[in-house]
Design a protein around this ligand. Sequence first.
Ligand code: NAP
Length: 225
Amino acid sequence: MSELPRQDLPLLGADPTRTYRLGIMGGTFDPIHNGHLVTAEQARCALDLDVVLFMPAGNPAFKQDRSVTNPEDRYSMTLLATSDNPLFLASRYEVDREGVTYTVDTLQRLRDTYPKNVEIYFITGADAIVDIITWRDAARLATLAKLVGATRPGYDLDRARSVLAGSDIAFDVRYLEVPALAISSSYLRERVRQGQSLRYLTPDSVIGYINKHHLYPSVQGEARP
Ligand code: NAP
């Protein structure tokens, strides 16, 4: 069982007279890209987060039907992409956990780890947030964290709002429009398969990792960027 990075965040919650804000950036990150990094930075600034912990999903509950790059590679790319920002950290927690990954388990563990003066904000794509009512133990999840749904330009926010408003569960959710989310992981994977450049779409360190480990191979094995 992997531990949460208590040792990396020793001061989180230490001063009982103030409130701390911990952002959890949840995603498959297959691969991580600049849209994710900009989202985390926009959320950090907008919500005054003390730190953002990137949490690559281990064995995603909802992706049992498609092949996802192995967790170790997705974690390594996340670590590389976040390494130059002292307010961004990458967690192995879900990657090391056995079995299927459920967000409610991760958030419960975080809630049990940090004192009550640490507020938890779970940040992810708005499409994922719309589905949240179908997630395991959604009612308990709503008590553990506030939610931040990152939207791409042109996203239909009214639909998202009406889906959650129709639920009995009182989710505390806010939305953040992130123009950089015009970039998506599937777009990057497709570009690699077609031998096209990823430069400026994700950090160079991630591009180097993808090339070195031959991730997202093309069917005919085209040249890599
Ligand atoms: P997804 O369904 O693949 O993604 C939905 C959309 O959100 C995609 O457009 C995706 O773009 C975007 N997105 C995903 N993570 C993002 C982030 N952190 N910031 C901005 N945009 C993001 O979702 P997913 O990545 O597999 O899962 C998202 C999170 O929800 C994960 O932490 C996962 O564990 C959790 N989840 C939990 C359950 C459950 O507990 N039952 C079920 C579903 C999801 P990209 O492809 O470019 O990232």
